[in-house]
Design a protein around this ligand. Structure first.
Ligand code: ADP
Ligand code: MG
Length: 588
């Protein structure tokens, strides 16, 4: 094919691909326009995950009737004139691309009335061209309706996820803007159902409650002087950091609960996310991440928002200063409000909880003048003598065990007829609970605890599709759960083993765990659910146990079908035979 210039419609569709990736991108662009128009009430409605319909209605200043067709031209904007204006940018938009892009890939109807005009205008765009225009009365403000997104682009359509997933992404966008603009009201209606609403009270905390739920919001601490107007003398660097950060006890299995904004614009940045995580250094168990909503304010000249097609990333002229400011602000909040916990955190690999204590005790015992046993290094072969899972030559059972004591509040030391057993208390308890639960389920005697008052579980957008899919499995395993609207569920019962402590935290962990389960098969989901329940209910490493508790655990482990591995297949115990011990002490 010879070189030729693409048809305008094709070129427009290709260019649109940069900005409009999926329904959530349309929602993002339309909300940004409403915010830039000074709207205080922004209503979003979507159908079928935004595929068939997206409508954003605002009470902003509107568009003058004569300018309406221009709004759909590429590079047509009312927000900047020259490149220098970017250094003073106070608006979210500036490229004049969004409406043109959306009109290239969907049917668009604009109804708008400029606040200073008597009559408004209705303008319909089809295939990127004007299809109808007529005067229209109505309140000042703008309604943009986008229909049949990507209808003419099968390749794009194929790439879209399930409507529920797309709706989830849309909700994520709406909640981000609600957080960034607490003084404006946002609402989202999904397939006729109210999915989210903020009050516009101006209080960030109120929005936090709507986004994360009361239970989580209560565990969040203010960072900086939230709510106060920025002052010139706030920070010598001109960088201001505010927001909310969770107490260390509130943690999640991934980083997605850390939300960043710069000058009221959401953005993603792994370095600054790391700055937040860093501020929690030593306060969180390994592999766990905090919940935080962080607002950074800088001079617009100090941040380049024009480096990413959808503006999801930005570049700071002094990245190090911003990193330091974020880390400091969060750390200050944590040290001011939250004491460092002693136990509860999982021990770092290679150490065990209470290791420092133990070292100190040992030093005291050894005392001055005594020989330090460390002068006698263990024989190198000792490593080979330790057998994970137990001795090979016996059936998968364990013999009667005599508990000797607990080590590092994490391992149970026990003696068997054939040698020494070191038992991982968490893994062993997981195994015990797993077999208990399976047995009860098989004999239809599952111990279920009805809750006195139904528990309200607020879930995140990511968790929702997984909970919906696992509804049957949850019921099957004692969690009576029903949708209660706007991403909340009523939980009326839980398995008895989860009832003892904080069922709310337990359910949250289950929801997160389900969202992580990659295998969509019903059976896989169910077995993931059962192991998750056991994991949560089992005693943790770092938890001191009494002698009777350990004896009971040993007794239950002896009764297990497969006592040597936990439900995930990891060993519950390490074994060293009496013969190996003797050999290592040169007794033979
Ligand atoms: P940009 O936001 O980058 O200027 P858009 O294509 O998103 O580009 O919008 C083009 C123009 O249309 C805007 O500059 C603005 O003047 C006008 N506009 C779009 N949406 C609205 C709205 N909801 N209220 C008022 N004006 C709007
Ligand atoms: Mg725009």
């Amino acid at each position: 094919m010879p070189i030729h210039i693409l048809q305008p419609q094709v070129a427009a569709q290709i260019a649109a691909g940069e900005v409009i990736e999926r329904p959530a991108s349309v929602v993002k662009e339309l909300i940004e326009n409403s915010i830039d128009a000074g709207a205080t009430d922004i209503r979003v409605e979507v159908r079928e995950g935004g595929r068939s319909l997206i409508r954003v209605q605002d009470d902003g200043r509107g568009i003058p009737a004569a300018e309406a067709p221009l709004a759909f031209q590429r590079h047509a904007t009312s927000k900047i004139d020259t490149l220098d204006d970017l250094d003073r940018l106070r608006t979210l938009g500036f490229r004049g691309e969004a409406l043109a892009s959306i009109a290239a890939v969907a049917g668009v109807t604009l109804v708008t009335r400029w606040h200073d005009e008597q009559v408004g205008v209705m303008l319909r765009m089809m295939d990127g061209r004007e299809a109808a225009r007529e005067p229209r009365g109505g309140p000042a403000g703008t309604v943009l309706t986008v229909e049949n997104l990507f209808a003419s682009m099968p390749a794009r359509l194929k790439f879209l996820k399930q409507p529920a997933t797309e709706a989830g992404l849309i909700q994520q966008i709406v909640t981000r803007y609600a957080l960034a603009y607490p003084e404006r009201r946002f609402s989202l209606v999904n397939d006729g159902r109210q999915a989210f609403q903020s009050t516009g009270s101006g209080k960030l905390y109120d929005v936090l409650v709507r986004v994360h739920g009361l239970e989580t919001a209560r565990q969040m601490l203010p960072v900086g002087d939230v709510g106060a107007e920025p002052r010139a003398d706030d920070a010598p660097t001109g960088i201001r950091v505010t927001g909310y950060a969770g107490v260390p006890g509130l943690h999640r299995s991934n980083r997605s609960y850390i939300t960043l904004f710069v000058n009221h614009r959401w953005f993603q940045d792994s370095t600054l996310t790391y700055a937040v995580v860093q501020a929690y250094h030593t306060l969180l168990p390994t592999g766990r991440f905090p919940v935080a909503v962080i607002f950074i304010e800088v001079d617009p000249a100090e941040v380049d928002v024009n480096v990413h097609p959808t503006k999801a990333e930005v570049r700071f002229s002094n990245g190090n200063a911003v990193f330091g400011a974020v880390q400091r602000a969060v750390r200050e909040t944590l040290t001011a409000h939250a004491p460092v916990p002693r136990f509860g955190a999982e021990p770092a690999p290679g150490a065990w909880a209470g290791a420092e204590d133990w070292a100190a005790r040992r030093e005291a015992l050894l005392g001055a003048g005594r020989r330090d046993y460390r002068q006698y290094p263990l024989k190198p072969e000792l490593g080979d003598a330790l057998v994970p899972g137990g001795p090979d030559d016996m059936p998968a059972k364990v013999p009667l065990l005599r508990v000797v004591g607990q080590m590092g509040a994490t391992y149970i030391v026990a003696e068997g007829p054939d040698g020494l057993y070191l038992i991982d208390q968490h893994a062993a308890h997981e195994r015990i609970l797993y077999e208990q639960l399976m047995r009860q389920h098989a004999t239809q005697t599952l111990a279920v605890q009805a809750l006195l008052e139904p528990l309200v579980l607020e879930t995140t957008t990511e968790q929702q599709p997984f909970i919906a899919a696992a509804m049957e499995a949850l019921k099957e395993w004692g969690i009576a759960i029903e949708p209660f609207g706007a991403g909340t569920y009523l939980v009326r019962s839980v398995p008895a083993i989860l009832a003892r402590e904080d069922p709310h935290g337990a359910l949250h962990e289950l929801a997160d765990g389900l969202a992580q389960e990659a295998n969509p098969l019903e059976a896989a989901r169910e077995s993931a659910l059962v192991t998750l329940i056991c994991k949560r209910a089992a005693v943790k490493g770092g938890q001191p146990l009494t002698m009777p508790e350990m004896q009971e655990m040993a007794r239950q482990l002896e009764a297990c079908e497969s006592p040597r591995t936990c439900p995930h297949g990891r060993p519950t115990m390490i074994f060293m035979s009496a013969a190996d011990l003797a050999r290592n002490f040169d007794r033979t």
